[in-house]
Design a protein around this ligand. Structure first.
Ligand code: ZN
Length: 160
């Protein structure tokens, strides 16, 4: 079976940056599981996987435009300390999830100066070329229930 919209896909992958450093990889016995065609993975990788079958290995270079986006300086903002919860640990490098107009995004604290916190709402991998080494482990049709839930009902990532 080939990867197409509404198939459930199991992937092993390694993600590297331009310098060849490993940014992320799947665990040996814990492949990434996603439903194709619903934007669960970055668009450039999703596009490259269409039509592939179990056992196929591919190298995919994804540009920022088809990855985590280009960096935007307008997403670097200064906000007052009291915009955060009182017990939140706010120090350079702290990352947390924020609800915005475009859904949930990862925000990184850049700097703390008195009552002012500089945050960067660019995705940590914005502006980066993504180099994926991917192996397709398994492909099957997603069930009606899985499509309704938007996730696959197998493996370690299943939760409700
Ligand atoms: Zn479910």
């Amino acid at each position: 079976m080939q990867i197409a919209n509404e198939t459930a896909v199991w992937l092993k992958y390694t993600l590297r940056n331009d310098a060849g450093e490993v940014l992320d990889e799947s665990e040996d016995n814990d492949p990434l599981i996603y439903i194709h065609g619903q934007g669960d993975i970055v668009p450039g990788l999703e596009k490259a996987l269409a039509g592939k079958a179990a056992g196929e290995k591919l190298s995919v270079k994804v540009t920022p435009e088809e990855g985590y986006g280009v960096r935007s300086e307008s997403k670097v903002k200064r906000v007052p300390r009291n915009a955060f919860e009182d017990d939140a640990e706010i120090e350079p490098g702290t990352q947390f999830q924020a609800e915005g107009p475009d859904g949930v995004s990862i925000v990184t604290v850049m700097n703390v100066s008195g009552d002012e916190v500089t945050i960067d709402a660019n995705h940590p991998l914005a502006g980066e070329n993504l180099h994926f080494e991917v192996e397709v482990v398994k492909v099957r049709a997603a069930t009606a229930e899985e499509l309704e839930h938007g996730h696959v009902h197998e493996g370690h990532h299943h939760h409700h």
